[in-house]
Design a protein around this ligand. Structure first.
Ligand code: AHR
Length: 504
């Protein structure tokens, strides 16, 4: 059998595990909000129309921060439409998704729903069709205590205390020609810098994210970040990255599973490239500040199957990109989380896109059940079990060839620890097609270690969860074992994801 080794030294700290790495994203798109989170006719809906079963699943998923309200949607959004008495709110055209936006769910509903889920807000301002004034207005409405028109409006809407929203995105994917209000890097950089400056005058305690590239395949990737950051470096805290991994990017040729399974190597390279660009700009500006990265959209998305619905009628909550995720997709998502953790020294925020129905770990049927997709499980287990410190762990593993990424390691892994208890949690994947035996070299401990091994794998890589069989793909817990020696060997079947917890 193929052999791999992971050597763990608890003293080799890489970074703190930022809980914001386990973020998600709710966009007014398709049935994410309407028919997903919000379904007033559902038997589990609360007084505000929010489905309790969906909020419970989001809590179980362990999401820590939720980006809202878009996405492409935000570039044409007027936040004022979504506050105040629901009966007075306007219906509008949403040009991003060719939808009718009823505005029955807005800022205050989002904030109280976040309270149910136990997650932090992350708001995006519209820098597509709007600018500095509207961004400052929204911030004043959210965070100013009172005594001004907009803070008093919030109070009139039933919320006396300021929300204290800390994380703010300065627009969304402004490099994308599809964006309503798309801009050049100079146009966006200037607008983002001025918006950031003014927003900090409203509330100096906020953290700001400048838009990086919407994908590393954009023709402007690299130069976009460099130009935008030359304008905004001193004003922002994060630069964003987005990437979606398509199991079959070209529908005219058979799917290339080996390359898809190695998607995390692309995430690794993308992060490294954006860090280099940001540090290059910092060096040019003689700045001692080091920017962090906000990976605020990432996931598996069968994007090639989706075409923009430019022909159809405007509709309310049309089902859009409701991908069914299989066992292979879950392994890739687990690996992307390993990559994010391994870059915890520079990636401070990450949001899986999206949360419900739209390329999502949670699915619903209007008026019917909700269920966990396969990708729910690696996310929930990583969010629950990642320990406070990420370690530099030495991995040696066999390699195999992929068409898209060349030679890649069969195994990928990251180790986390709790310095107080000495506990360790290792997340690992076998992204090759042959079984691998992974030897984990542990710190010496006189009493030995107790090992809990949870595995996600399936002989049928195409199997998915459905309302009829919601647990077809679910993690399997092996019986705990003890190990006397400072070494534990785990069998990693082909295409599998693993959590190994070591306690003393
Ligand atoms: O998450 C779906 C869409 O993908 C978002 O609206 C956009 O930001 C990205 O292109």
């Amino acid at each position: 059998m193929k052999q791999a080794t992971l050597a763990i030294d608890p003293a080799s700290r890489l970074a703190d595990t930022d809980r914001r790495l386990f973020g998600s994203f709710v966009e007014h798109m398709g049935r994410c909000v309407y028919g997903g989170i919000h379904d007033p006719d559902h038997r589990r809906a609360d007084e505000a129309g929010q489905r309790a079963d969906v909020a419970e699943l989001a809590r179980e998923l362990g999401v820590t921060v939720v980006r809202y309200p878009g996405g492409n949607f935000v570039s044409g959004y007027r936040w004022e439409d979504g506050v105040g008495p629901v009966g007075d709110r306007p219906r509008r055209l949403d040009l991003a998704w060719r939808s009718i936006e009823p505005n029955t769910f807005g800022l205050n509903e989002y904030m109280s729903w976040l309270g149910q889920v136990g997650a932090e807000p992350m708001l995006a301002v519209n820098l597509g069709t709007r600018g500095v004034a509207e961004a400052c207005d929204l911030l004043e409405y959210c965070n100013h205590p009172g005594g001004t028109a907009l803070s008093d409006l919030r109070r009139k809407h039933g919320r006396a205390e300021p929300y204290g929203v800390r994380l703010w995105c300065l627009g969304n994917e402004m490099d994308g020609p599809w964006q309503v209000g798309h801009k050049t890097a100079d146009e966006y950089g200037r607008l983002a810098a001025e918006t950031a400056k003014a927003m900090r005058l409203v509330d100096p305690g906020i953290e700001l994210v400048a838009c990086g590239s919407s994908s590393s395949t954009m023709p402007t990737f690299g130069s976009w970040e460099a130009t935008v950051l030359e304008h905004t470096y001193d004003q922002v805290d994060y630069v964003s990255l987005h990437s979606y991994y398509d199991p079959q990017p070209d529908l005219s040729v058979p799917a290339d599973l080996d390359s898809f399974l190695a998607s995390a190597t692309d995430m690794d390279a993308f992060i490294d490239a954006v860090v280099s660009t940001a540090d290059h700009v910092g060096a040019k500006l003689r700045s001692r500040k080091r920017l962090k990265l906000s990976y605020d959209e990432w996931n598996v998305w069968y994007q090639s199957r989706f075409t923009q619905p430019i022909e159809r009628e405007f509709m309310t909550a049309p089902p859009l990109i409701e991908d069914d995720y299989n066992a292979a997709d879950a392994v890739v998502v687990g690996n992307l989380l390993i990559s994010l953790l391994r870059h915890a020294d520079r990636v401070g925020v990450a949001n899986q896109a999206q949360l419900v129905n739209v390329i999502a770990p949670i699915r619903t049927i209007p008026g019917g059940p909700s269920w966990r997709q396969s990708i729910f499980h690696p996310f929930a287990l990583t969010a629950r079990h990642a320990l406070p410190t990420v370690l530099h762990a030495e991995l040696s593993a066999p390699r195999h060839h992929t068409r898209r990424y060349g030679d890649v390691s069969d195994v990928d892994a990251v180790a986390t620890t709790d310095a107080e208890t000495g506990e360790l949690a290792v997340f690992a994947v076998n992204r090759g097609r042959e079984p691998v035996e992974l030897a984990v070299r542990l710190p010496d401990h006189a009493g030995g270690w107790t090992v809990e091994h949870t595995e996600l794998a399936d002989d049928d890589l195409t199997a998915v969860n459905t309302p009829e069989a919601p647990d077809r793909i679910a993690p399997r817990r092996h019986a705990p074992t003890g190990t006397e020696a400072a070494r534990h060997t785990a069998a990693l079947p082909p295409v599998s994801w693993h959590l190994l917890r070591f306690t003393r």
